[in-house]
Design a protein around this ligand. Structure first.
Ligand code: UDP
Length: 253
């Protein structure tokens, strides 16, 4: 997807309700998902949401180092979110920023309710996310990728976590904000939902909304996340039905 220059446009939505990148108000950006892209990790996934390009990998469950950090009744779940130096317009310093540390925590908290941590006492599950290209909403795209990587690693889960940012621009509610809408819009509300339970595992907000708009945002998030969840399932099917077919073929040969 073509990236739009980060300059304040005259308007973010035109008179026909078309956004700067040609989308309608409720449209998601094009999504691409692939599972099992890094054979050396226990689980991995690659996700594109518009201009965002995200790689997620999972190691574990494995021994905890240092050992005193181990928990006797559940696994320790760690999430690390990092942006590549070349992922944004202005070179990102390779040193971890406060934002990256905060997002590591936020993404971890959004994913944790999905994992049966009590199945893996005294172990550690580690999820590393690398943003290769950023274009607004990287935390949501990262949650979608990490959720797939966890499933690919065979970690026992209650379901998959799907995430999207809903926002407001030129007084209208919009779905899946790109970088320009994120920077110059009036509100940004990232939401993660655990499917199939339909439980919200992350909600953040920056901006001003009326109560009614807030409720509408939640409804829009449920609709958008359902689409994302179905794409995640599709990506898992693609990976594993292929593997099953190949195994069957080998057996027959
Ligand atoms: N961004 C950037 N440089 C940075 C951090 C962020 O250009 O050092 C851009 C990037 O495109 C990111 C967007 O700003 O997606 C919005 O960042 P935010 O902190 O709101 O998180 P996100 O929307 O990515 O979850």
């Amino acid at each position: 997807m073509e990236l739009i220059k980060l300059e304040k446009p005259e308007k973010l939505i035109d008179e026909n309700n078309i956004r700067v990148d040609g989308r309608k108000l409720n449209d998601l950006r094009p999504i691409k998902m692939e599972v099992g892209v890094l054979p050396k990790a226990n689980g991995s996934a690659y996700v594109e949401m518009g201009g965002n390009k995200i790689l997620a990998s999972v190691y574990g469950p494995r021994e905890v180092h240092p050992r005193h950090l181990a928990e006797s009744n559940k696994a320790v779940f760690r999430c690390l979110y990092r942006m590549a130096t070349f992922s944004v317009d202005e070179r990102k310093s390779p040193a971890p920023s406060r934002r990256e540390n905060e997002l590591s925590m936020v993404i971890g908290q959004a994913l944790e309710p999905a994992i049966f941590l009590n199945y893996y006492p005294k172990t550690m599950i580690e999820c590393t996310i690398l943003v290769i290209q950023a274009d607004g909403g990287t935390r949501c795209a990262s949650i979608n990728a990490a959720s797939l990587a966890l499933a690919d690693a065979g970690i026992a889960m209650r379901g998959l976590v799907s995430a999207v940012a809903i926002g407001k621009a030129d007084g209208k509610l919009i779905v899946d904000l790109n970088n320009v809408e994120d920077q110059f819009g009036e509100g940004d509300l990232p939401i993660a939902i655990l499917y199939p339970l339909k439980e919200v595992s992350l909600i953040q907000f920056d901006g001003i909304l009326t109560n009614e708009e807030f409720q509408q945002c939640i409804n829009l998030a449920y609709d958008a996340c359902e689409i994302i969840f179905n794409k995640q399932i599709e990506a898992l099917h693609k990976r594993y039905s292929k593997e099953i077919i190949e195994k069957d073929n080998k057996k027959e040969a």
